[in-house]
Design a protein around this ligand. Structure first.
Ligand SMILES: Cc1cc2nc3c(=O)[nH]c(=O)nc-3n(C[C@H](O)[C@H](O)[C@H](O)COP(=O)(O)OP(=O)(O)OC[C@H]3O[C@@H](n4cnc5c(N)ncnc54)[C@H](O)[C@@H]3O)c2cc1C
Length: 392
């Protein structure tokens, strides 16, 4: 792969809106990605392997629980810093950002928000340091966009719960030490359970042959009469709103992350357009290529402004789920369009692993599908503005 020469576009001087701490956090993450991710990521993606050696580095830059209080091992940062960390990691690779997102927003967040003090103390410091990696089991083979239909369930056996069912498409599953599993009790109410590797009847087979997020491990979670200690139930929130609350936080991170992937594609195409000569001129001198680049920087700038404003609202605890949906949907669509156009600008070279664009394009096919598909987020906006439910 070519050396990482990334220079971040900032067409509207967004840096002026960031605090010194935001810039420090962002620049540290950017430097880490250049040093520890860019040189190795192409090989790991080609080999469909997650680079486990970077887990310590992710913990060091604060990517595991950026906004979790320091008392529990988190970085204690605000939501804009969290977003900037996700942006920079996804600039390197969406699969690596997925691991950090899942750990922070789908595993640490529910333990912090819905767990009790004993659970926070037991799990959060180990997750923040990367000693343990977690995963989040909501999707099932027959229930993706409609998680309320889930069939995974647990029964109260007096001194423990008995868990049965299966989850599918679970990021980090093949090597995670713990899983936050969403399952129905005997009344049909959804609860979160902390399931630990090693519990009898719990297996995590890996999902192979993905063309997308190849540097992220994906798997199933199978529960065959798994005995769960009663203290592993998250006591402080139940119902579908509990997993959806986690998804709000993760989708917010994805909105930032997608900007990172788009920036990398744009920056690569811009540089290539000035170097690649055809018909005796750099291809960047042709109007058709300039149109692509001009539209890319316009869309990136709009997404940056949208997402920064969402970060301000999030810091003030005012961001709604529907606002987060809009940003996730807009930014991932923006990034995938930029990746496709940037790939074309590199001609044949665009399909090779010499450049990051094709990997971003393939990764974004998962990002546009997981944590609510493109269509589902549109329906969320539709419901929000009309008050009319078009889901069913
Ligand atoms: C690489 C990867 C990693 C993932 N990681 C995780 C994870 O860590 N944890 C987890 O729980 N899940 C994870 N997922 C699952 C992901 O969230 C689901 O794939 C997603 O929610 C869509 O569900 P589905 O694949 O079952 O598609 P379906 O729900 O079957 O949807 C199929 C199509 O129908 C459309 N559709 C569905 N309902 C409607 C409707 N009412 N109106 C109009 N159109 C509709 C959808 O938009 C989509 O286009 C991951 C997925 C991938 C690909």
């Amino acid at each position: 792969m070519k050396p990482d020469l990334f220079e971040a576009p900032d067409y509207y001087n967004l840096d002026d809106l960031l605090s010194d701490e935001h810039k420090l956090v962002r620049d540290a993450t950017r430097a880490w990605v250049k040093r520890d991710v860019s040189p190795i990521i192409e090989d790991y993606a080609q080999n469909a392997e997650f680079p486990k050696q970077i887990i310590g580095g992710l913990a060091e830059i604060g990517a595991f629980g950026p906004y979790i209080p320091e008392t529990y091992g988190g970085a204690g940062l605000d939501q804009i810093s969290y977003g900037l960390i996700m942006q920079e990691i996804e600039r390197g690779d969406s699969g690596i950002r997925s691991t950090a997102s899942v750990q922070s927003s789908l595993v640490m967040y529910p333990i912090w928000k819905y767990g009790n003090e004993a659970q926070r103390k037991k799990y959060l410091p180990k997750l923040a340091s990367g000693e343990w990696i977690g995963c989040f089991g909501l999707t099932e083979p027959d229930h993706g966009s409609n998680p309320s239909g889930m069939t995974t369930n647990f029964k109260d056996m007096g001194d423990h719960y008995l868990l049965n069912g299966a989850k599918m498409w679970i990021s980090n599953a093949p090597f995670a030490q713990i899983a936050i599993v969403w399952a129905k009790d005997e009344t049909g109410r959804i609860h979160g359970l902390i399931v630990e590797r090693g519990m009898e009847g719990f297996t995590t087979p890996e999902t192979h042959n993905k063309w997308s997020l190849r540097a992220s491990a994906t798997g199933e979670l199978i529960f065959d009469n798994v005995k769960i200690p009663k203290e592993n139930l998250l006591p402080n929130k139940s119902g579908l709103g509990a997993p959806l609350g986690c998804l709000d936080s993760a989708r917010y991170g994805i909105a930032w992350g997608a900007i990172g992937a788009a920036m990398d594609c744009y920056d690569t195409a811009l540089r290539y357009s000035k170097e690649r000569m055809q018909f005796g001129k750099p291809i960047g001198q042709f109007q058709l290529q300039q149109k692509k680049l001009a539209e890319m920087i316009t869309e990136i700038t709009k997404a940056q402004l949208l997402t920064w404003r969402l970060g301000v609202l999030k810091n003030e605890n005012k961001a709604t789920s529907a606002q987060i949906s809009m940003a996730k949907r807009n930014n991932v669509d923006m990034a995938i369009t930029i990746a496709r156009n940037a790939r074309q600008m590199l001609g044949g070279m665009g399909i090779t692993g010499e450049y990051s664009i094709m990997r971003h394009a393939m990764n974004l096919e998962s990002v546009i599908t997981y944590e609510g598909t493109h269509d589902i987020h549109l329906l969320i906006t539709g419901l929000d503005i009309t008050g009319l439910n078009a889901f069913k």
